[in-house]
Design a protein around this ligand. Structure first.
Ligand SMILES: O=P(O)(O)OC[C@@H](O)[C@@H](O)c1c[nH]c2ccccc12
Length: 261
C-alpha cells in the first residue's frame, strides 16, 4: 500500500483529519529543506506538499510567488530538490507530495523525472497546469512507479467533471476552495459547504480542501465536510519569519495520532 493510502486509512481509523502543509523548496536555502521537512513531521503533518519554484507560477499569489523568487535566486533546481528529497526520505516517514508546474518536468525529461522521484521516495505529484485531457503524457508512468497523481477540482468545475476526475484518482482529491490564486483569505464563498458536500458525495477517494486556509477556525469549519486541509501561504510566511512556535501551535489542531510515525 502506498504511504498516502496508509496515512488516510490511519486518519480514518482515528476519526482524525489531515493537515498537509505546503513549503517552497529552496526558500531559506535548499540546505534547510530536510530540516524543515523534519520539523513539519514533528509538528504533526499528515503529509507534506513540496513546491518546486518556477518563473511563471500561474496559480500562485504573492506569498508563494515571492518564496519562489527567493528560491530561484539562491540557485534552487529541480535536480537539487530531488536529491534533497532522497536524503530526507532516510529520516521522514510521512508521504511527500511534489507540486510542480509541467514545464520544469518537461525540461527535466518526463521519464527521468518519474524515475528519479520514485528513487527519492516521493509518494505523490501535483501538476496544477496539466488538465485531465493532457495527463497521458505522464500519468501512466507515475502509476507504474507507484506515485499517486493528485488531481485538482475547483468551485467552477461542473459536478460531472468532478466525478470524472475523482474516479480517475487515487491518493486524494485536491479541492480548491477559492475562485482565484493561493494566499490567505478571511472569508470563503457562502456556498463552500454545499460544494464540499457535493464533491464528497461523488469522490471515492479522500477530499482535501486547500487555498486561502490559514487559521484553526477555518480548518475546523471546512473539515466538517472534507477529510483535511492543505495550508500553504501561512506556513511559507511562518518559515520566512522563523516563527516556529506559532507554526507548532497552528499544526497541533489534528495532531493526536494523525500520522504514520
Ligand atoms: O497558499 P494557500 O492559499 O494556503 O494554498 C495552498 C497552496 O499554497 C499549495 O497547495 C499550492 C501552492 N502552489 C500551488 C499551485 C497549485 C495548486 C496548489 C498550490
Amino acid at each position: 500500500m502506498n504511504r498516502i493510502e496508509k496515512t488516510f486509512q490511519l486518519l480514518n481509523n482515528n476519526g482524525s483529519k489531515a493537515f498537509v502543509p505546503y513549503i517552497m523548496a529552496g526558500d531559506g536555502g535548499l540546505d534547510s529543506l530536510v530540516e524543515r521537512l523534519q520539523l513539519l513531521e514533528k509538528f504533526g503533518a499528515s503529509a507534506i506538499e513540496v513546491g518546486v519554484p518556477f518563473s511563471d507560477p500561474v496559480a500562485d499569489g504573492p506569498t508563494i510567488q515571492q518564496a519562489g523568487i527567493r528560491a530561484l535566486n539562491n540557485g534552487t533546481t529541480l535536480k537539487g530538490i530531488v536529491a534533497k528529497l532522497a536524503e530526507a526520505r532516510e529520516s521522514i516517514n510521512i508521504p511527500i507530495i511534489l507540486m510542480t508546474y509541467l514545464n520544469p518536468i518537461y525540461a527535466y525529461g518526463i521519464a527521468s523525472f518519474v524515475h528519479d522521484i520514485q528513487n527519492a521516495g516521493v509518494d505523490g505529484c501535483i501538476i496544477p497546469d496539466m488538465p485531465l485531457e493532457e495527463e497521458d503524457i505522464i500519468a501512466p508512468k507515475l502509476e507504474a512507479a507507484g506515485i499517486e497523481l493528485i488531481r485538482l477540482v475547483t468551485l467552477t468545475t461542473p459536478i460531472e467533471r468532478i466525478k470524472q476526475i475523482a474516479t480517475k484518482g487515487n491518493g486524494f482529491l485536491y479541492t480548491v476552495t477559492v475562485k482565484g490564486i493561493t494566499g490567505v483569505r478571511n472569508e470563503f464563498d457562502g456556498d463552500i459547504h454545499a460544494y464540499l458536500q457535493a464533491v464528497k458525495e461523488v469522490s471515492p477517494i479522500p477530499v482535501l480542501a486547500g487555498f486561502g486556509i490559514s487559521n484553526q477556525e477555518q480548518m475546523l469549519d471546512l473539515t466538517k465536510n472534507c477529510d483535511g486541509v492543505v495550508v500553504g501561504s501561512r506556513i511559507v510566511d511562518l518559515f520566512a519569519k522563523n516563527n516556529l512556535a506559532e507554526m507548532e501551535q497552528l499544526m497541533s489542531i489534528f495532531k493526536q495520532k494523525s500520522n504514520i510515525v
